[in-house]
Design a protein around this ligand. Sequence first.
Ligand code: FES
Ligand SMILES: [Fe+2]
Length: 371
Amino acid sequence: MFINFWYPIAASDDVVNKKPHRAEVLGLKLVAFRDEDGNAHVLADTCTHRGGSLSKGWVRDNCVVCPYHGWRFDKDGKCVQIPSLGEDESPPPRAKVDSYPVQEKYDIVFAFLGDLPEEERPPLVEVPEWGQEGWRANQLLVFEVPTFYERSMENGLDPSHNEFVHPAQGSPNMRKDLARQPMEMTDVPWGSQFLIKFDNKEKGTEALADVATLSPPEVTAGSGFVGPNQMITWINFSEESRFSQYFFEAPINEGRTRVFFVNMRSFLLEPENDERLTKVNAIVAQEDIDILGELDPVRTPPTPSEEVLIRSDGAVIRYREGLREWTDKGWRIDMKSLREQRGDRAFAIPCPARRTSKNWVQKTIPLLPGS
Ligand code: FES
Ligand SMILES: [Fe+2]
């Protein structure tokens, strides 16, 4: 798992007025809340007084209030009120928690979990179809996968599993001539992608059987990643009938992942199609979950010799190169060290303010040395 990328924290609908929302991402707890103007904020969850959980408290006057002794923290993570101090006393400067940059888009609250200044941050993936005429978004689908997020990302980058895991949904076969060549990857900033042709011998899914455009003899489809946790899948039945699917993945911890799935479509635009398309997406997601939940080991093995990768794993191999590049930058969390020290001390993901101000209470999450 890496610091210094954008992570989905919560569905917008789950961050409601007056009530803090708990999220666990990268193995640590975070709290999201809304101020009176409706802006969402994300802070580290651990109160610097004596370790209370801010997400179990409440929201007052644009602050999140710790439920243990009522200390109030503002959107910048600064403690602005301590009820048990005298009225003329201000909170000590060390009474502050990390506050993370936020973007709210596509009905999701995202936070940048890291300390990079704005101009150096890797991007949050754009959904260019969002709000465009001729495109429609399904309702946001949020689901949990009982596996490490890298396994989930690799599943999305794998063109050879569809015909085995999703046959009932009419998933097309990877063409044998393509399977014989190395996968052609096109690098993009912070990632890589591919688009290939699939033979579409199967019938479309039953739920969409009335849609003739879904059963052309050939389908162009592909996937790509941007950073360790953002994946896009394109399925083009024809020029007019296309899915662009965006998967924003939040590693909850080393064994679970929360996926925020934004599905854009350029056909069946009438709202009454939303429900059945959501149903198909949920079925497909469950088929993947059933496979991913059984993978052994839960995380990718430490050395490549502990698996046999072949040409159709080309995008997986490219993704792992990306992971190595970000490890070299010194952004990879040292999970072994974190596990060992857990329970004795609270850790926080460093926020950008740590670069300009000193005097923080929580230790920053341990990172593996870069190169
Ligand atoms: S632990 Fe949060 S106010 Fe005391
Ligand atoms: Fe799948």
